[in-house]
Ligand binder design. Structure first.
Ligand code: 5GP
Ligand code: SF4
Ligand code: MG
Length: 460
């Protein structure tokens, strides 16, 4: 998901809509904005894209005030439907409280059951509503203390932006699994998932919100708290591989540069004699450029992507997902015919994309097709806000690389090593005692407890 908030600026909701538009890649299912005009809160939540719902003057005009937060949703927990669209809003004892969440909690169902036994009534199936209830039912006196009380009970990934009648609050989980940055637009503070959302409105990047930091923004400026036990950070390494936008920077790394280094590393690890390097666009493009440059093989846009279909992976049903691949990509026969092709994509999940694209490139007359994947085999589900399916549906959890090569009908298949991935991030390698990143979907090394999963099949 994507989150964005601005505090103390005319046309706040319109600015949030722009910020969310730049974060659209983080979730296309639904979006919402909550604003506050000094006395009242206004809420708009819609299924669909920002450009379909939040560019209408009527919608933006209903969102009065100079403070607003918003969310763009990628359903990973709780299913679709308007009741799960964020930000969530409730009138608490001391006023309105709105919250937007990127990430996924790993103990939300457990907390929810406890709260329900105590009489809490949930109106959604989203893990985020749990946070609202924890803040609402906290016995602490003021908003900050109640917020701290709430987030201390959470496990998993959370980058939060909340709005009350006095302040805007940002908070990252102690491991900093999902990104969150602080920006500034002519003296008004901004919180956003990625720096690309600051660029769109010409805001200045101030810094990343730190893992475990709670930042409180009021008319008097910002104040930071560190409510959690200090831990070394475990940022999601897959944000660098796929999720974040290439023009964003996280912790000083430009995502595009990282992806090119990933491609170069991949060329080093899995060299191949070939005539052209072709990306599976758009997710494979930066890595393919890095591969081509390092290998000295010409880069060609041999597959053209239709940009008017969303990310196939995010389509809700299996049958649409399968259809989506054909809707989305077409091979450019002229550049492929008779060639030995290196195809580069960011990841193999179910294997559907690779299988179809390899076939498409063969049908376009390729002599050989060598698949190169800019990440290690995806072997385990993500419980932190990326919609990786259960292990049984992950190709790499069922097959060896050799079997996968046959399955996608490639002449060869090579995945980036986990060490190579860390090297692309300027690390000497993975510190196995204290890994620098979350990489659980590749290593099964989950950095938090998975309370809701205890006794479930998902972990096998
Ligand atoms: P597959 O067809 O193997 O299931 O999916 C692989 C493709 O899905 C890749 O091209 C990748 O860019 C794309 N993709 C979209 N969203 C996600 C996601 O959340 N996780 C992963 N691993 N891949 C995704
Ligand atoms: Fe990111 Fe994978 Fe960890 Fe999920 S499991 S947070 S996708 S690295
Ligand atoms: Mg892709």
């Amino acid at each position: 998901c994507g989150v964005f908030g601005i505090f103390g600026r005319k046309d706040a909701a319109a600015i949030v809509a722009l910020g969310l538009h730049a974060l659209q890649h983080r979730g296309q299912e639904a979006a919402g904005i909550v604003s506050f005009d000094g006395s009242q809160f206004f809420v708009e939540r819609h299924i669909g894209l920002i450009s379909d719902n939040f560019t209408k003057p009527a919608v933006i005009e209903r969102l009065h005030g100079s403070r607003a937060i918003g969310h763009t949703r990628y359903a990973t927990a709780g299913g679709s439907g308007l009741r799960n669209v964020q930000p969530f809003f409730a009138e608490l004892a001391d006023g309105g409280f709105a919250i937007a969440h990127n990430g996924n909690l790993t103990n939300a169902s457990t907390i929810q059951r406890t709260l329900q036994k105590q009489g809490s009534i949930f109106s959604s199936t989203s893990d985020t509503e749990t946070i609202l209830h924890l803040v609402a039912t906290s016995k602490e006196k003021d908003t900050n203390a109640r917020f701290i009380d709430g987030v201390r009970q959470l496990e998993g990934a959370f980058s939060l932006v909340a709005l009350t009648n006095k302040k805007m609050i940002g908070c990252r989980d102690p491991l900093g699994i999902r990104p969150l940055v602080l920006g500034d637009l002519d003296g008004s503070y901004i919180l956003a998932s990625e720096t690309c959302a600051l660029d769109i409105i010409g805001a200045r990047y101030v810094r990343d919100v730190k893992p475990g930091e709670m930042i409180v923004i009021t008319d008097h400026g910002t104040e930071s708290f560190f409510p959690f036990e200090p831990q070394s950070s475990r940022f999601c390494i897959f944000e660098y591989v796929y999720f974040a936008r290439p023009d964003s920077s996280v912790e000083g790394h430009n995502v595009y540069e990282v992806r090119k280094r990933i491609g170069a590393q991949l060329a080093l690890e899995h060299p191949v004699d070939a005539d052209i390097v072709i990306p599976v666009p758009d997710s494979g493009t930066p890595a393919a450029i890095g591969f081509a440059q390092a290998a000295g093989i010409p880069f060609e846009l041999g597959i053209i992507r239709n940009h008017y279909v969303g990310r196939t992976f995010i389509q809700p049903t299996d049958s649409i997902r399968h259809m989506g691949v054909k809707l989305k990509h077409n091979a450019n026969r002229r550049s492929i015919e008779g060639k030995r092709v290196v195809l580069v994509d960011d990841s193999i999940v179910r294997g559907t994309t690779s299988q179809k694209i390899v076939q498409m490139v063969r049908d376009a007359g390729a002599k050989e097709v060598h698949m190169r994947i800019a990440s290690p085999p995806t072997r385990a589900p993500c419980f932190y806000g990326v919609d990786t399916p259960s292990a049984s549906k992950l190709l790499a959890s069922r097959m060896t690389t050799e079997e996968m090569t046959d399955f996608i009908r490639a002449n060869s298949l090579g995945f980036l090593s986990i060490e190579g991935l860390y090297r692309a991030l300027d690390e000497a390698g993975r510190n196995n005692e204290a890994p620098q990143y979350c990489d659980a979907c590749f290593t099964k090394d989950y950095p938090t407890r998975l309370t809701d999963q205890e006794g479930s099949e998902n972990l096998r």
